[in-house]
Design a protein around this ligand. Structure first.
Ligand SMILES: Cc1cc2nc3c(=O)[nH]c(=O)nc-3n(C[C@H](O)[C@H](O)[C@H](O)COP(=O)(O)O)c2cc1C
Length: 327
């Protein structure tokens, strides 16, 4: 069966412009997740900027799923009603964010040690909303065992899907995903489960899909940002013969779209540098590629450096990781 692949939410990257341009240029993704929204202030009318970020419930035929980070049931309900009105079919609740500023307030993965809090919120939200309600979490915040107290709650409230990033919050991104705890959790869950964590290349996908044959849905973050062809490669779809040019076209269009969206505000360069931090990984010399772009301060400088990146370096994609692991 063809796997389903989701673009992971990324604060600062997977905004409306990225979702639109990415899905126009690349095949293989089945859902696009927004970065998390916060402080909705229980008002059904969102500020204009947030509304613009939620203008389209699909991009080039691919469903968009908004995400909320909150520990306030009323706030979640309000956002859910707004999303419903905008035509979205699903709302995702972030129980995975590991950053201390968030987690110390029992939000994101910081709520995982407090299952009673999650239960109270789910009970209220499920009673008052009709939109599909999914959750993205980690295995725990302090300990991977925390998920076992949450599983009966997720099962009871029949959340529409549970994406698990197989790490704990305290780890941030260090170490390896804990596949054994994920396996145990999977065996106890009766809701659809999505695997997330460290799929950087096709062989990583093959490894985890061999480990978990009952899973057919995979969320990919950094691997997809580094190699936008990865979902299509995993699905065995045809890739363009000249991938370097395809990437060039994509990045040019992304650049112009951000300039338009932000009225040529120099903040565009910050956003693009953040994205190129990942994309550089798929060139033959990531360090040098990123070094070229890191310090630019003006649009003309950025354009010149991009020209030289495509002139001097070769797009090798995530296949280089496969070759490296075979050697
Ligand atoms: C810079 C950054 C921003 C992120 N923003 C979000 C976010 O807004 N919501 C969320 O649920 N996860 C967020 N994540 C986590 C990713 O969605 C994903 O779960 C994580 O990167 C693991 O998947 P990967 O190994 O495929 O990258 C973020 C991660 C990073 C590194």
């Amino acid at each position: 069966m063809t796997p389903s692949i989701y673009l992971a939410p990324f604060q600062g990257i997977t905004g409306v412009t990225f979702r639109n341009i990415y899905s126009k240029h690349f095949q293989g993704v089945d859902k696009l997740f927004t970065p998390f929204f916060t402080t909705i202030n229980n008002e059904l009318k969102l500020p204009t900027r947030k509304q613009a970020e939620l203008g389209c419930s699909s991009e080039n035929g691919v469903e968009v799923v908004p995400q909320i980070l909150s520990k306030d049931a009323d706030e979640i309900i309000c956002f859910a009603l707004f999303c419903e009105k905008q035509g979205f079919k699903e709302l995702n609740w972030n129980l995975g964010c590991p950053y201390p500023m968030v987690a110390n307030k029992k939000r994101g993965s910081g709520m995982l040690p407090y299952p009673e809090m999650a239960e109270e919120i789910l009970q209220k939200v499920m009673a008052e909303t009709a939109i599909r309600f999914s959750v993205k979490c980690r295995l725990g915040y302090f300990s991977p065992d925390e998920i076992f107290n949450l599983i009966p709650i997720f099962n009871q409230y029949k959340i529409s899907e549970l994406t698990i990033h197989a790490r704990i919050g305290k780890q941030l991104y260090s170490g390896e995903p804990d596949l054994e705890t994920f396996r145990k959790a999977l065996s106890l869950l009766t809701v659809p489960v999505v695997y997330n964590g460290d799929i950087f290349a096709i062989n990583d996908f093959e490894r985890v899909s061999d480990c978990f044959p009952t899973i057919n849905t995979w969320m990919i973050g950094r691997g997809l940002l580094s190699d936008p062809f990865l979902p299509a490669s995993i699905k065995g779809l045809q890739l363009p013969s000249d991938r370097q040019s395809a990437i060039r076209q994509f990045t040019n269009e992304l650049y112009l779209a951000y300039r338009k969206q932000l009225n040529d505000n120099p903040a565009v360069l910050g956003i693009l540098k953040e994205y190129w931090h990942y994309l550089a990984e798929s060139f033959d010399n990531p360090h040098k590629v990123f070094k070229k772009l890191k310090k630019v301060k003006r649009f003309d400088e950025f354009e010149d450096e991009i020209d030289s990146v495509f002139r001097e370096y070769e797009w090798v994609g995530s296949e280089k990781l496969v070759k490296r692991s075979q050697n």
